[in-house]
Write a protein that binds this ligand. Sequence first.
Ligand code: HEM
Length: 505
Amino acid sequence: MAAFEVLAALVAVSAVIYYYLTSTADFWAKRGIPFIAPSPFFGSSKDFFFNKVFRGEIGRSFYNYAKEGGHKYVGVFLGRRPVLIPCDVDVVKTMLVKDFHYVTDRGMFYDRKREPLSANLFNLGGSEWKTLRAKLSPTFTTGKMKNMFYLVSECARGLEHFLEEEASKQRGSVEMNEALAKYSTDVIGSCAFGIEANSLKDPDAEFRTMGREVFTISRGRAFLQVIAESLPMLRRVLPLPLIKRNVSSFFTRTFNENVQYREQQKVVRHDFLDLLLQLKHSGADGSAGADSTGIDVDILPAQAFIFFLAGFETSSGATSACLMNLAQHQDVQDRLREEVDRVLAKHGGVMSYEALQEMKYMEQCLEETMRMFPALGLLPRVVTRDYQLPDCKATVPAGTRILIPVYAIHHDPEFYPEPSRFDPDRFTEDAKSSRPHYAYLPFGEGPRICIGMRFAWMQMKSALTVVLRSYKVTPNEHTVYPLKFDTKSFVSKIDGGAHVTLTRR
Ligand code: HEM
């Protein structure tokens, strides 16, 4: 009898779970939006959960399905959660800009109490995000970038020495992804935390170790994340810190120690840390500042942390992918080097901020690389109030997820014929004006566009200048090309590394 009761209870629980997991399956059908049918638990794509395929590529299969059917949208399910994929660049534009007040947030999970670093600009939503963005935006003006350039160029000199040593060790063979990750760790360590991160000099530098750890997800954690995707209410009870504890205590401690040092020693470096400190003080003395508009000064370390997180792997990934493209396309590399030599000669051989601004062909090479290899293959958004979709009769409720298929748009032959071909001439002014602006979204768009874009350009161009003015870059036996994406990485990363040979000119 007892066995029968246990069995009955099991059947009942399974039925409830099954009902819960499948109860959203008619979400898109009810709204008349074409959709990709889900399977229970995994939704429309198992690959999405098991990280077997690059997420941007999964988005591309959804996008192609919609386009082939002549649809502007396709509905999918991630687990039981309905997710909308807009597949028309005009719709994307409307969502990101005109209808921004309906689609303000990314729907990222954060928990200010348990994990203060998660309450950062990338994750925050609504009015908290808006106030913070307004406070932080002046930190990234051209003038502020110019003031910070001396710190970036110090790190670029560090990169120069590092490459000299590395290239001499292995007949010129260097893995550029790691070299550039060290460089960008040093850059952001210096600008956002005010310290010499020393990643280029010291193979065991703590900052670099933490940078690696922050993106490493154990199998157990990955499994819990799958469950949390399907059953979001478990998020608050599962032992699932977003950021590993040793990583978060390292960044918080480093930030706080340096704040204390600067305040005591009255050090001014014109970097992000200075600017974040100004936010702190403008609140404390009662003038229009952080506290007076409701920003808690305790969330400042979280902002330095997101500058690091959002800034180091994105920039190093794009720069190393660009070098891989240049290694395969010697004609493009020669043309770019000619530009670097010419502009530097004009500026007395000095890599100044102004010199970098003049390197227009370098911009084209990076733009084309970020088209092929965008940092985020899918741009997340969430609907914040009931929303009648543009060019469509359907309304979706608040809470509906949206994924903008950036990688798919960047590989749509309608905008980029032969999309797998590397061709920086797609980014001449004429070529750009011949296609819709929203067919190119490497930094996102609208009010939530990447706040660090100017900084990223400065950092990437400095690194490319350092490499190209001294070396010819060629493929070697370790080079894997065409580039493959690491399917486990949230931010796009080259699978197998960026191996090239550097030969002194
Ligand atoms: C090549 C380098 C970079 C790329 C490709 C990149 C790309 C992106 C993208 C795609 C987004 C989302 C935009 C959207 O949702 O519309 C974003 C947001 C963001 N990025 Fe970057 N990024 C780069 C470098 C940086 C750097 C250097 C920093 C900081 C120093 C930074 C800080 C941020 C922050 C804080 C956000 C959130 C902005 C907000 O929600 O208001 N990024 N970035």
